[in-house]
Design a protein around this ligand. Structure first.
Ligand SMILES: NC(=O)c1ccc[n+]([C@@H]2O[C@H](COP(=O)([O-])OP(=O)(O)OC[C@H]3O[C@@H](n4cnc5c(N)ncnc54)[C@H](OP(=O)(O)O)[C@@H]3O)[C@@H](O)[C@H]2O)c1
Length: 296
């Protein structure tokens, strides 16, 4: 078997087209969706991520602004900035780019974002709502993975999904989304982590394997059963002397070997990454529309 490639770039483009149409409808009813992004310091990766986010927003008609603060900003000043953005009706989404400098308590900052503007879906209120099965803005990468599965015909309902990784950003909210009693959910979910005795024992029984560990080649062909669907969230830079930069990006999955066995697989790059970006705008549109719809 040679796996079908699940093309995240193409699916994200489809999502962005739908969002563009929805933004036009909102604008026609005098709602101008707005996204405020706070960027602290000048970490090159963060600067580049934020630039990408605001460029994507502009492309589909979402007004966005980046508020840049010095790396020496105090926590109180940052919290005051978030409070201002929370109170400003021009912004439906407020995002603080992570990571923050070491002197700032990230949890305190994330928690200060108004839940209805929390387009990264990381506040305790939204995470709690997700796990309670209540309407919630949900974390972008997990939401992107769920959309990818649904839009490529791999509804997780009734399937056994094994997620490798339990971070607050990816693994945990993904488990919450896929087990939710709602469209796109209803899976039986197993979550593996560094204390899991034998990950392969679990992944070999999975209909859908999702790798989110940040470990190149952690998922090998012998860990995946014939015909499984494999989603690779990992992004890892590995040395590559043939590249000008001296490195290249790979996921957590031994791509060629696993693709020979799986029914479908996501590439890195061009898989989950573009979906994550699209879901930030999806959440912004949802927030501008008045919040997430109830789920069953
Ligand atoms: N494509 C995208 O848009 C996107 C978005 C976000 C993240 N990512 C990528 O996804 C990966 C995961 O990100 P993250 O933020 O979730 O990372 P993280 O916070 O470092 O969490 C990694 C998780 O994987 C588990 N883990 C690590 N090594 C393992 C191993 N050998 N066996 C089993 N479990 C292991 C850890 O277990 P413990 O909890 O036991 O430590 C932890 O739960 C990274 O490569 C990141 O760059 C991609």
């Amino acid at each position: 078997m040679t796996a079908r490639i699940i093309d995240g770039t193409a699916i994200a483009r489809q999502v962005l087209d739908e969002l563009r149409a929805e933004v036009e409808r909102l604008r026609a009813s005098d709602v101008e969706p707005g996204l405020a992004v706070v960027l602290v310091g000048d970490n090159p990766s963060s600067v580049s991520y934020v630039r990408g986010k605001t460029r994507d927003a502009a492309e589909i008609g979402i007004r966005s602004e980046t508020i840049r603060l010095s790396a020496e900003v105090t926590q109180d000043a940052l919290l005051a900035m978030v409070a201002d953005l929370n109170a400003d009706p021009r912004w439906h989404g407020v995002l603080v780019q992570l990571p923050l400098p070491a002197h700032i308590d990230e949890t305190a900052v994330i928690t200060s974002i108004a839940p209805e503007k929390d387009v990264d879906g990381l506040t305790p209120v939204n995470v709690g709502r997700l796990f309670r099965g209540e309407p919630a803005l949900t974390s972008c990468t997990p939401t992107g993975v769920q959309q990818m599965l649904m839009r490529s015909g791999y509804d997780p309902a009734g399937k056994h999904v094994v997620i490798c990784g339990r971070s607050n950003l990816v693994g945990k909210p993904l488990a919450g989304l896929l087990m939710r009693k709602a469209p796109g959910g209803n899976a039986t979910v197993t979550v593996c982590h560094t204390a899991t005795h034998d990950i392969g024992e679990h992944t070999r029984r999975a209909d859908i394997v999702i790798a989110a560990m940040g470990r190149p080649n952690a998922i090998t062909a012998e860990m995946v059963r014939e015909g499984a669907v494999v989603i690779d969230v990992g992004v890892n830079a590995v040395p590559d002397a043939t590249k000008k930069s001296g490195r290249r990006l790979v996921g957590d999955v031994d791509f060629d070997a696993v693709a020979a066995k799986a029914e479908a697989i996501t590439p890195v790059p061009g898989g989950v990454g573009p979906m994550t970006r699209a879901m930030l705008l999806y959440n912004t549109v949802v927030a501008a529309r008045g919040g997430p719809a109830p789920v069953v």
